[in-house]
Write a new protein. Structure first.
Length: 402
């Protein structure tokens, strides 16, 4: 005879507020904040300038499919990704509109560009010619190198640039460049940025003078918008700011925009235990308490993207609204925190690594600065094992990752 599973197994997934009862490690993605940031960035720009959200690297760890689907629903119909697989993934999940691949696609993938209606960056005039020879009708944006010295046809090579607009099979729908020091407004960096913009606009005028159409013109990413909002382009390509973050928390920016962090990162408390003085904790006996302490073991580690160096630089988490310092080495799937001062803590409690708990908040910026990196790296490295939980007040969703 078939026995029914216990009632607990029949329970439906819990909303985000009860996530700790069903989850090990998860990121809560506040789609209302995404909406807010999109509008705030748009408002800072000249009215004709549209936003092309950058959803590469799994939307900076926020989940590219759900983020792009949500943006589609609120009227966004152009996106940028880093590479072709990211674009295909979005198409397979029904994402509509233009999807620009910002970097190199091997020519052997040209048919996939066509099949998934992806727009390819022409990263050099030579690449444009080769792509054209594939003989497929492809959409493209021409990339101009105005001083970043990464990708793009160098701005001086006007004839080579113009040749990209005369390729028989490629439909050039845009022209873009990338700023290398727009995160600073110090005079030397500002002069360099202004020079890049000048070079870019000069190229655009030359393209037009040759009787070609540059299509949608764009050069700003997040800091280009925040520090140089008056640049008059057709599109801007924010990544990190769209997710409510600056790359470094203490960066001063020109545009008075209130950004709201979209992502919170949480994990469950697996166990709470008393550890005697002089009893070493974790791999390598890295931490040996000098007195009796109480510790909690958390269910997240470097295999989920938590930098190991966070343990060495005063990193802590929030549990029951209080700080609990990381002790010992961060392991692949777990790490330990000191909860001696936190009362009533038990397994199943939620530890907040990024986000708010009571009156305390830990920002991605604080973690980035402790670990000597930028928030972009912290959030984009959040691993695939970390479940993404999406919330929005307008439409209380209980979706999980696909
Ligand atoms: C990643 C990237 C962006 C977005 O940069 P943010 O600083 O995150 O806004 C824009 N353009 C290009 C070419 C990029 O590679």
């Amino acid at each position: 005879m078939n026995t029914l599973p216990p009632a607990a197994l029949l329970l439906r997934p819990k909303p985000a507020s009860e996530a700790s009862s069903v989850r090990r490690a998860w990121a809560e993605i506040n789609l209302d904040h995404l909406d807010h940031n999109l509008l705030a960035l748009k408002t800072a720009l000249p009215s004709r300038c549209d936003i092309m959200p950058v959803v590469k690297a799994n939307a900076y760890g926020h989940g590219s499919i759900q983020v792009a689907q949500y943006l589609n629903r609120i009227g966004v119909n152009q996106f940028a990704v880093a590479e072709i697989e990211e674009g295909i993934e979005l198409r397979k999940h029904g994402v509509k509109g233009d999807i620009l691949i910002l970097s190199y696609t091997p020519l052997g993938r040209a048919y996939d560009l066509f099949r998934y209606r992806l727009t390819q960056a022409i990263v050099s005039a030579e690449y444009g010619q080769a792509l054209n020879q594939c003989g497929l009708k492809l959409k493209a944006h021409v990339k101009i190198d105005t001083g970043m010295n990464r990708l793009g046809e160098p701005y001086e090579n006007i004839q080579a640039i113009i040749s990209c607009y005369r390729l028989e099979h490629l439909h050039v729908m845009g022209t873009f460049s990338h700023l290398s020091v727009s995160d600073s407004t110090r005079s030397e960096q500002a002069a360099f940025t202004n020079m890049q913009v000048e070079r870019f606009l000069h190229v655009i005028r030359q393209i037009e003078a040759a009787g070609c159409s540059p299509g949608a013109v764009h050069i700003q990413s997040s800091y280009g918008i925040l520090n140089y909002p008056a640049i008059d382009c057709d599109l801007a390509r924010p990544g990190i700011a769209l997710y409510g973050l600056l790359s470094r928390e203490d960066d001063a920016v020109m545009a008075p925009i209130e950004l709201r962090p979209v992502l919170s990162l949480k994990a469950a408390v697996a166990q709470v235990k008393e550890v005697r003085a002089n009893s070493p904790i974790g791999y390598g006996h890295k931490f040996i308490p000098s007195q009796d302490i109480r510790i909690a073991t958390l269910t997240i580690g470097y295999g989920d993207g938590i930098p190991k160096t966070l343990a060495d630089n005063g990193g802590y988490v929030l549990i029951r609204g209080q700080r609990a310092g990381i002790i010992g080495n961060i392991c692949m799937d777990q790490f330990m925190v000191d909860v001696t001062a936190i009362h009533g803590i038990r397994h199943g409690d939620t530890a907040t690594l990024i986000g708010q708990d009571g009156s305390e908040t830990i920002t991605a910026g604080q973690i980035a600065s402790r670990c000597g990196t930028v928030t972009n790296e912290i959030v984009s490295r959040i691993g695939s094992r970390v479940e993404r939980v999406y919330t929005s007040t307008s439409n209380e969703q209980v979706e999980t990752s696909v």
